[in-house]
Design a protein around this ligand. Structure first.
Ligand code: GTP
Ligand code: ZN
Length: 326
């Protein structure tokens, strides 16, 4: 294997831990690349210096198929110049996935540090859907950060913001901004350290691509199939793609998910409900279930939204989120 230019790869999130994992893989020709786009029969990859197309080696394709696996945007793989093949997948740190209507898993993105959960403070406002996105992130051990866009359109911003803060709890930062504003990147700077990977998740039209362009400082380069124009000539993202930001972080844009269903594990995820635990210490009964018990400090002091989120986390049926604001 040729010596790696780690400094070039660092801009893609490459680090010592990945280097060690690569070294531990069975001997194979090639060098690491990161998947930045997935197309029908090939991948777009980045080796730290340039982007190019690569195909799965038939042996890797077969091995992945047998495990009902596949590469996702954000994954690392070994690329073999001879033949232009991806011949090995590197172990991934985490994977954001969702259950589809037919019950199958859909891989969204891999190896992500922070999920920017984008919701518009306009017709898109739907706290229970935001909570589902948040649990999706928490279940994958991805840090959730709420980004409320179209703050310029909200006439009751403080109240909406307070409602969301109460819903997600103190452990999840909440930012409100106008995605078109040049000030937006500064608000997100804490999550954009070099080597970090972030993903934008949220419905279509909430401003994900607008944020991507603001953070890039230019219009994201499209490679055809990741963007389409709708009937009104608006651009809409049709596939996930990763771009390197000038400051050294990587950002993945995703198309809006029509339906976000959680699987059992995601719905049952251990959220950091430390606020509930602290309050529970003051409940009258040690075994208080925080339902209708007298002297329950949790039901007395927790906000209704936060209580609903806590109950939902105990409940494998995400349909419970559907109640409330439409
Ligand atoms: N007023 C206002 N308009 C915004 C804001 N953010 C985005 N927009 C506008 O909303 C429209 C949709 O924004 P996009 O960035 O394309 O939304 P998206 O989330 O990428 O949508 P998809 O690619 O379809 O998933 C554009 O016309 C933006 O200019 C905002 O904070 N305030
Ligand atoms: Zn209680």
């Amino acid at each position: 294997m040729t010596a790696l230019d780690d400094s070039a790869l660092a801009g893609l999130g490459w680090n010592a831990s990945l280097a060690a994992q690569l070294a531990a893989l069975p001997e194979a020709p090639g060098r690491p690349v990161r998947i930045i786009e997935q197309h029908r029969s090939e991948y777009r990859v980045d080796d730290g210096e340039r982007e190019f197309s690569a195909r799965l080696h038939p042996a890797l394709l077969k091995a992945l198929n047998e495990r009902d696996e596949g590469l996702a945007v954000g994954d690392w793989a070994r690329y073999q110049d001879e033949g232009g093949w991806l011949n090995q997948q590197l172990p991934r740190r985490n994977l954001l996935e969702r259950s589809r209507e037919d019950g199958r898993r859909q891989r969204l993105v891999a190896n992500v540090d922070t999920a920017l959960l984008v919701m518009g403070l306009d017709g898109d406002y739907k706290p229970e859907r935001l909570e589902r996105y948040r649990l999706l992130a928490v279940a994958a051990q991805v840090r959730p950060v709420v980004v409320l866009t179209k703050s310029d359109r909200a006439d009751n911003l403080p109240a909406l913001r307070a409602e969301i803060e109460a819903l997600v709890g103190a452990g999840t930062p909440v930012h409100a901004l106008d995605a078109r504003s040049p000030e937006a990147p500064a608000l997100l700077a804490p999550y954009l350290a070099p080597g970090q990977t972030l993903v934008l998740l949220g419905s279509s039209g909430v401003g994900k691509s607008t944020l991507m362009n603001q953070l890039l400082g230019r219009e994201a380069q499209r490679t055809g199939s990741t963007q389409a124009q709708d009937d009104l000539g608006r651009h809409t993202t049709t596939a996930r793609f990763l771009r390197r930001l000038p400051g050294g972080a990587c950002l993945i844009d995703t198309p809006g998910l029509r339906e976000l269903k959680l699987n059992r594990e995601q719905a049952q995820v251990e959220d950091d409900f430390s606020d509930v635990r602290q309050l529970a210490a003051r409940c009258r009964f040690n075994d208080c279930r925080h339902h209708r018990e007298p002297g329950c400090a949790v039901t007395r002091e927790l906000s209704a939204e936060r209580l609903a989120a806590y109950r939902a986390s105990l409940d494998a049926k995400p349909a419970r989120f559907r109640r409330g604001r439409s």
